[in-house]
Design a protein around this ligand. Structure first.
Ligand code: 1HN
Length: 366
């Protein structure tokens, strides 16, 4: 850009910058781009690579010595190169947490929202605001911002889950607050699994309950409920871009279960290949079941059970099930933020048959 400026003007730029001022004409096209110019890359992490490191962390560190939690997080290499730590997209963090039998991850609260998707094990619980919520594979669990939470394990096998947080976004806007609880475990004030016993029946709630709005009165979305919802959709035509997809909502207001982190579960039946589309909101996917491939901005990501991958903002993406059984994808996204800010936009890929050309097959680290 700057070649077009005379040496006199370039000297003026330097002079202006010495006063912590700046000439807009020199940077306007970097600040205001015609479309998102993202550093977030389409990227895929293989589950065996993650799991091996997570299990090894169990031999080397405890949750308490690990500064509260024992977690290996995903880091998008494009953001790492741009100096942003512990982020998969500009707004979303994903980590894989391990809790061993008998361990406690001490109680604390923070201004970041957290959501969890349970991957492996049983017998562990997360206590959130006085309620013990037992974790089972496939469950989706909320830890709304600024709620006390600690984890404990009463079972006998390693427990592994995915944490999703809005921590990169909270860091960007300098909104981080954190407080440890004075006790390792917060006092319990509610029956175990209270929220799902009251609100786990979809459109029904106990008579007289007047809870409304935020936070969601339902804090755990059991796997069987999610499966039943997707099975029910299978009797209808699938969404051309998402297959048989459901989103987790707050039953008291119909909005996203967490107001900052959206979450989706989708089934692709054998042979299904969705049409490409793009939206501003970015997403991180976890493969719950099956195998397949996604094409993200022309990059083919081949995935199987346990893998994680990114869809950057405004990236064309389509998914195909290449296995014999159903493929099931869990994902978190920042759509609630984009919608709140009136920024979300969506576009269907209209060229040819609605599928992108593959220009690169991604080679994951193994
Ligand atoms: C956190 O509190 C948890 O409660 C997990 O399990 C991951 C990452 C960043 C900040 C806080 C948890 C976290 C976290």
């Amino acid at each position: 850009m700057s070649q077009q400026w005379s040496s006199e003007l370039l000297a003026f730029h330097d002079e202006v910058r010495r006063y912590n001022l700046g000439p807009l004409w020199d940077v306007i096209h970097e600040i205001i781009t015609p479309k998102p110019d993202t550093r977030v890359e389409p990227y895929l992490w293989k589950w065996p690579v993650i799991r091996e490191r997570v299990m090894r962390s169990g031999e080397l560190i405890t949750p308490e010595r690990g500064g509260e939690r024992r977690v290996i997080f995903l880091e998008n290499p494009g953001l790492k190169a741009a100096g942003q730590q512990a982020a998969v997209t500009r707004t979303l963090y994903v980590g894989i947490q391990l809790l061993l039998p008998g361990e406690i991850a001490p109680s604390h609260r923070h201004s970041q929202s957290a959501v969890r998707f349970i991957i492996e094990g049983e017998g562990a619980y997360t206590a959130v605001e006085g309620e013990k919520i037992f974790m089972q594979r496939g469950d989706y669990i909320l830890t709304p911002a600024w709620t006390w939470h600690d984890h404990g394990h009463e079972g006998d096998k390693p427990m592994i889950w995915m944490d999703g947080l809005d921590s990169p976004f909270i860091q960007l806007i300098d909104a981080s607050f954190f407080e440890p609880h004075k006790e390792k475990r917060q006092p319990l004030s509610l029956p175990d699994n209270y929220s799902v016993r009251r609100y786990g029946n979809g459109a029904l709630r106990p008579l007289g309950d007047r809870h409304h709005g935020y936070p969601s009165p339902l804090t755990v979305y059991p796997w069987q409920h999610t499966v039943a919802a997707m099975e029910s959709l299978k009797s209808l035509p699938p969404d051309p871009h998402d297959g048989y997809a459901v989103e987790y909502i707050n039953p008291a207001n119909g909005q996203s279960a967490d107001p900052r982190i959206g979450a989706v579960m989708q089934t692709l039946t054998p042979g299904m290949h969705t049409k490409a589309h793009r939206h501003l909101s970015s997403a991180v996917y976890h493969v719950v079941e099956g195998r397949g491939r996604s094409v993200v901005n022309g990059v083919q990501l081949d995935w199987e059970k346990g893998d994680f991958f990114t869809v950057p903002p405004w990236a064309w993406h389509e998914h195909a099930n290449t296995g014999d059984g159903d493929a099931v994808l869990f994902s978190i996204n920042d759509r609630p933020l984009m919608e709140l800010l009136e920024l979300e936009r969506t576009e269907a890929y209209s060229e040819g048959d609605g599928h992108q050309a593959v220009r690169e097959v991604f080679a994951p680290l193994t």
